[in-house]
Design a protein around this ligand. Structure first.
Ligand code: PLP
Length: 402
């Protein structure tokens, strides 16, 4: 071929100069992949060969990180589960439900889910003719009676521990019950991460994550993940809906997630020890009525949590005796902790649901879900614990006197 013109040289892709492989996973910022030949392209499109095609379907950065998450969630399993990354935790949940459910099917779930999940079920799934049955998933007799009374339940969906009281579900017992009725189970493992709890090893079928939270850990990306025990089901049902729904992750957010994953164990150890110390400290303050943390012996699910989690996590909530006005006052007085409606970051984040995330929700409905006026939720960070205690102590002390 004759020498390319200047304009063509500018416009064309150029051969990558790479000798030794990179030590750190690269960001493959490419929307498509070039076939080596028409035959290769035909074989991949026919499904006879595997290969990357288009980044909505999959991409080396996303797939590599998904595979790492599958290894972590499936750490105790003989067969590796399968994982797909999504644009967010919400799109992971939506893709799962749209893949697995049809009009007329029902899911059984709990009222105290992540707020966005409840809204998605009520506003999107219900409109597709999917019935949402709310119950207390820790009451297995109640769950059994629902499963016995109905033939349209396809999925049980839970969170353990769950906002706001950090109530836990017996995962082994729930999975057994569901299996005996041929019903799938899914657990949102965002609060725990696979380091502290691996629902698949307790018999659960699907694990969903907002990887935006502890798994990324640094609050600098939004993404989600779904891990499924049955790799074929993941490929045939979930992947195809992800691909056609366009709910995929992207290389940059996957890469940021991977960066966070590397320090997961160090961070979680510190989140856990700081949360336990802060919980004990808050419990001894007169202005505090109750502290919800599964690591406290006083927590109603402490023994259950101990049996299925290897640590109690970084999330806690506590109830101020002074109700709504004291809640607002404490939020105003905190000097170091950040007021932010997320969780799982390096730094301590506080939320007063009654005046923030739930301010537009009917007080009665809010109270029914355990979001009381004086409840404060804390995502305990990895700072020095003495600074954290001091910040809460001064914020609460000055709120009592004002
Ligand atoms: C944040 C969160 C979600 C939603 O995840 P996004 O990444 O914000 O879409 C779902 N479940 C739990 C427990 C969460 O904390």
């Amino acid at each position: 071929m004759k020498k390319q013109s200047f304009a063509s040289l500018c416009a064309r892709e150029i051969k990558e100069i790479r000798t030794t492989p990179p030590h750190v996973l690269p960001i493959y910022a490419t929307s498509s992949f070039a076939f080596e030949s028409i035959d290769q392209g035909m074989e991949i499109f026919k499904g006879n060969a595997t290969g990357h095609v288009y980044s909505r379907y999959g991409n080396p950065t996303m797939d590599t990180v998904a595979n790492k998450l599958a290894l972590l969630e499936g750490f105790d399993l003989p067969d590796q589960p399968s994982c797909i990354l999504f644009s967010s935790g919400m799109s992971a949940i939506l893709t799962l439900m749209l893949s697995m459910l049809e009009q007329g099917d029902a899911i059984v779930t709990q009222a105290n889910l992540y707020g966005g999940t409840t809204e998605q079920f009520n506003k999107i799934l219900a409109k597709q003719g999917i019935e949402i049955i709310y119950t207390d998933l820790s009451n297995l007799r109640e769950v059994a009676s629902i499963l016995n009374g109905r033939s349209n339940v396809r999925m049980i969906y839970g969170e353990s521990p769950a906002n706001p009281t950090l109530a836990c579900i017996d995962l082994v017992a729930l999975a057994k019950l569901a299996q005996s009725h041929n019903v799938y189970t899914c657990v949102d493992n965002t609060f725990c991460t696979p380091y502290l709890q691996r629902p698949l090893s307790h018999g659960i079928d699907f694990v969903v994550h907002s990887t935006t939270k502890f798994l990324n850990g640094h609050g600098n990306s939004t993404s989600g993940a779904l891990v499924g025990r049955d790799a074929r089901l993941m490929q045939e049902k979930i992947w195809s809906v992800m691909k056609l729904g366009g709910t995929n992750c992207n290389p940059f957010d996957a890469w940021l997630l991977h960066n966070g994953l590397k320090t997961l164990t160090l961070r979680m150890d510190r989140h856990c020890s700081n949360a336990l110390q802060l919980a004990k400290f808050l419990m001894n303050l007169d202005a505090v009525e109750t502290v919800n943390y599964p690591g406290l012996e006083e927590h109603p699910d402490h023994e259950l949590a101990k049996s299925q989690m290897s640590g109690f996590g970084g999330m806690l909530s506590f109830e101020l005796r002074g109700g709504l006005s004291q809640g607002v006052e404490v939020m105003r007085n905190l000097k170091m902790c950040t007021l932010a409606p997320t969780l799982g970051d390096i730094d301590t984040l506080v939320l007063h649901p009654a005046s923030m995330s739930h301010i537009n929700i009917d007080r009665e409905v809010r109270l029914q879900n355990g979001i009381t006026d004086g409840l404060i939720r804390v995502s305990v960070g990895i700072e020095d614990i003495s600074d954290l205690k001091e910040d809460f102590e001064q914020a609460i002390a000055s709120s009592v006197t004002s």
